[in-house]
Design a protein around this ligand. Structure first.
Ligand code: ATP
Ligand code: MG
Length: 570
């Protein structure tokens, strides 16, 4: 397994040592008094898509640290690119953070709230000779920038006078120039070994409506110019971001230093990568737009809305985030670990129900015709308070087709001709005959039951090896069950086999819709979002598409815990 999963650790927690390197940094700050003991973090999503499980890691980290140190966390929308940003995403992001269990109080901010202040600070830098208007094209700017091994070249516009820069910048702001004709750049060092310090662009012209500021602005700040200054304005002490911003930190520090404003500490950590899972919003948007999935909340998506619809619990996601901890090196975490935490949580809370996904009819030939009786079934053996429910039993039932074999191999302990098994919570039954259609398919079983075995135990101590789930044919509800598998067949999407692209490794079997499933009547009334364990089948949740006539269930996760198995072996 990857080192990220071993970060932190129980010993460290018990000894009072910080369990991750970020806490160590905060402790040092608290000791030196750099922030007067304050811990103020922020979660800064760009509203250009829905949040995914990677964002959840960042949310748990930022809110979790503030909680632990008695501090605060702001929600700040990084809305500096109006072309890709939408209100729908803002609303969804808020809903998802709340669902995860975190609260930003009244501290909902937007980078766009600071456009005016950022503009004034840009003028200050121009006046100080630390910023200039460049009129090279985007391609030329890229060309002049140089490479890791070659220094950049100074733009011919770099030495414009302060007056000229001020006039041009104002004209840019007033909409007198077309997109792409000019930019404002910081004047730092075109020969710097750090490409981010080679006169980074601060503003670009973009004649676009902004969801919040409308047409008030046609110049928009770049991430590097907006982010640190927004942190500073909000008094953020620890600005936690992912590793790719490590090389931006000198620029982050440079801006606050030139402006002489409050200086937060940027800290980088490794982003979460999961096997079989894609986390680029751009690619997730493509899956939505091209109809590969049914929407951002498709239960196969790694989005929080998709995982919610899939039946994930916020507790399971938070436990997972805690378990993987934070690391300084990029790593790939096995999705089986996430599923392990999910099962642990669902096992505690899910009511058990019987659902037959691929029904085979069973007729009990010696059961009194027309009779129904109710057997008591335990709702959740992990939770005695969940009680029991009455389940109707009658002479016509359904079992899973896979629970019968005409010519069973040695290790098959379920139903076969002449074989006796237990029907869970009910009776022992013995298969007397398999009825076939003309094509030779088994369409019905004729069985006898032993009335002395009511409740599923034999008074004479007779043992059976198989226990099957079942539903009464006359009482069962018809249901649709959606079975899911990973969206991608390859585990490591950042390192695909040669010749493969992410779109070529989509799993054609990621969704299978089963209709005509037979579920016990108690399931027909379940409301969307209710979670169950279908005995012997897996954990399921009621989908919002569900109606009283046709309940719809999503497979959340199977019962088989591959992570626990790996741990036992390892
Ligand atoms: P994109 O997919 O466009 O690169 P992004 O990941 O930069 O998007 P943001 O909305 O800017 O998306 O992310 C908000 C916060 O979530 C940032 O602080 C970012 O570092 C963090 N974050 C995003 N993805 C991950 C991830 N996989 N693991 C941990 N943190 C993440
Ligand atoms: Mg980003």
């Amino acid at each position: 397994m990857t080192d990220a999963t071993h970060a932190g650790g129980a010993e460290a927690a018990e000894s009072g040592m910080p369990t991750n390197f970020i806490k160590k940094i905060i402790d040092e700050h608290n000791e030196s008094g750099r922030f007067g003991g304050r811990v103020h973090t922020r979660f800064p999503p760009e509203p250009n898509g829905y949040l995914h499980i990677g964002h959840a890691k960042s949310i748990c980290l930022n809110f979790g640290l503030a909680q632990e140190y008695g501090g605060l966390t702001n929600l700040r929308f990084d809305d500096t690119n109006p072309i890709k940003e939408e209100q729908e995403y803002i609303d969804a992001i808020k809903e998802d953070i709340r669902w995860l269990g975190f609260d930003w109080g009244d501290r909902e901010f937007y980078a766009s709230d600071y456009f005016e202040q950022l503009y004034k600070w840009a003028i200050q830098l121009i006046k100080d000779g630390k910023a200039y208007v460049d009129s090279l094209s985007a391609d030329e700017i890229r060309e002049y920038r140089g490479t890791l091994t070659e220094p950049g070249k100074e733009s011919p516009y770099r030495n414009r006078s302060v007056e000229e820069n001020l006039a041009l910048f104002e004209q840019m702001k007033n909409g007198e120039f077309p997109d792409g004709s000019h930019v404002l750049r910081a004047k730092i060092d075109m020969a710097s070994g750090n490409l981010n310090m080679r006169d980074p662009v601060m503003y670009r012209i973009l004649h676009a409506e902004h969801p919040r500021t409308g047409s008030a602005w046609c110049i928009y700040p770049m991430y590097d110019w907006a982010h640190g200054q927004s942190d500073s304005i909000e008094g953020i002490t620890h600005s936690i971001c992912t590793l790719e911003f490590e090389a931006h930190r000198p620029l982050y520090d440079w801006f606050v230093e030139q402006l002489g404003i409050f200086a937060p500490q940027q800290i980088e950590f490794a982003r979460l990568n999961l096997t079989h899972t894609l986390m680029s919003k751009r690619k997730l948007l493509q899956l939505v737009n091209e109809g590969v999935v049914r929407g951002w909340d498709d239960p196969r998506m790694p989005t929080l809305s998709g995982m919610r619809r899939r039946g994930y619990t916020p507790e399971a996601i938070r436990d997972f985030a805690e378990r993987i901890g934070v690391a300084k090196n990029d790593s790939l975490v096995d999705v089986a670990l996430l599923e392990h935490h999910l099962r642990q949580d669902l096992n505690k809370r899910s009511l058990r129900r019987m659902a037959v996904l691929d029904p085979l009819k069973v007729v009990i030939t010696n059961y009194p015709a027309g009779q129904t009786e109710y057997v008591d079934a335990v709702n959740n053996q992990e939770d005695p308070a969940a009680g029991t429910r009455p389940v109707p039993f009658s002479g016509e039932l359904y079992i899973e087709r896979a629970d019968f074999m005409e010519n069973p191999p040695k290790k098959f302990f379920r139903l076969a001709p002449g074989r006796e098994v237990r029907l869970m919570h009910a009776y022992y039954v013995t298969c007397q005959e398999a009825i076939k259609d003309e094509a030779g398919n088994v369409v019905e079983l004729r069985c006898t039951y032993d009335p002395a075995t009511r409740g599923g135990d034999s008074p004479d101590g007779r043992k059976v090896k198989g226990t099957l789930h079942w539903v009464s044919a006359a009482h069962a509800a018809d249901a649709e069950v959606r079975q899911y598998d990973y969206l991608f067949t390859e585990p490591d999407l950042s390192n695909l086999p040669e010749g493969k692209t992410w779109l070529s490794v989509l799993n054609p079997e990621s969704l299978k819709v089963l209709t005509g499933c037979k579920v016990e009547p108690a399931l027909a009334q379940a409301a969307p979002g209710e979670r169950f364990q279908f005995l012997r089948n897996g954990y399921y949740v009621v989908d919002p598409d569900s109606t009283a006539d046709r309940p719809v269930f999503n497979l959340t996760v199977s019962l088989r815990d591959t992570w626990a198995k790996m741990q036992r072996k390892g």
